[in-house]
Design a protein around this ligand. Sequence first.
Ligand SMILES: [Zn+2]
Length: 295
Amino acid sequence: MRASLWQVSRTKTCRCVCPFNEKILMTSILENRPALARAVNQVAEAAGYLWQKGWAERNGGNITVNITEYVDEEMRAMPAISDVMPIGTTLPHLKGCYFYCKGTQMRMRDLARWPMDNGSIIRILDDCASYVIIADKPVKPTSELPSHLSVHDYLLAKGSPYRASLHTHPIELVALTHNKKFMEKDVATKILWSMIPETKAFCPRGLGMVSYMMPSSVELADATIKAIDDDYDVVMWEKHGVFAVDTDIMSAFDQVDVLNKSALIYIAAKNMGFVPDGMTEEQMKELSDTFGLPK
Ligand SMILES: [Zn+2]
C-alpha cells in the first residue's frame, strides 16, 4: 500500500489525501534546471565547509551568486513572492540580473543542508534600485546585500567573469589583522605566499587589506571595491573577516582556504619556536614566470 501511494505521489497527478501531497506542491525552482541546481548546490557545499572550518559561527558570513546565465523565460515570467524592496543604492549594471542570496539571520550550517530554505533567488528590477524575491520562499536576503550587489555591479561593469562573492571569518587570517604590521600593503600577502607554493599559484593576486570599518556600511563596501580594483580577489577586513570574489563560489572559497592554510603553517612554525624562513623572492618569481601568474 505504501509503495503504491509513493508511486502515485511521484506522478504529480495525485489529488488524494496522501502523506506526500505537501511535498509535491512545494516544487522548487531548482527542479528541471540542472545548471541552476548545480550552482546552488555548490553554494550549499561551500557553506558546509565554512561551518566545518569554524569560519561561520551563528549566522556569520554571506554568499551571493549571480545566476543570471541560468535564467530561462519561465523564470523571467515568475511572479514575485515578496514586496518590492529597495537595495539602498542604484546599480545600473544589474538590470535584469538574478542572484542567489543567503538569507539574513540564516546559518551557513543550515544552508548547507537546505539552501532554498536559508536563501532565496531575487530579481533586480528595471529601476536598478530595487528587487523582488521569486523563489522558493520569501527568505529576506543578507543585510550585506547592498555591499555584495555593489561588488557584482562593479564586476559586471568591468567585464569580469566573476559571478560569486563570499564573506566569511577565517580564524587565523582574522588573527593576523590584529597586528598593524600585517595590515601594511602586501606584508601579509608576501608571508602567506612564501609558506607553500600553492598559495601563490591559487591565490595569485594576494590579500588586499581594508582597515576597520563598520560592518554593512557604505564605506566598507566602497573600500572593498577599491581593493578589488587594486587587483585583489580576496580582501581582508581588519578584525572582522575576508571578502572574496571569483568565477564561482567554490573558487572563491578555495582562494580563502589556501590563504588560511598558509596562515596555519606560519603559526605552526611559530609554535615550534621559530619564525619561518618562507620561500625566497627568487623562488616566488620563478613560480610567477613558470605559471604566468599576474603578480
Ligand atoms: Zn562578518
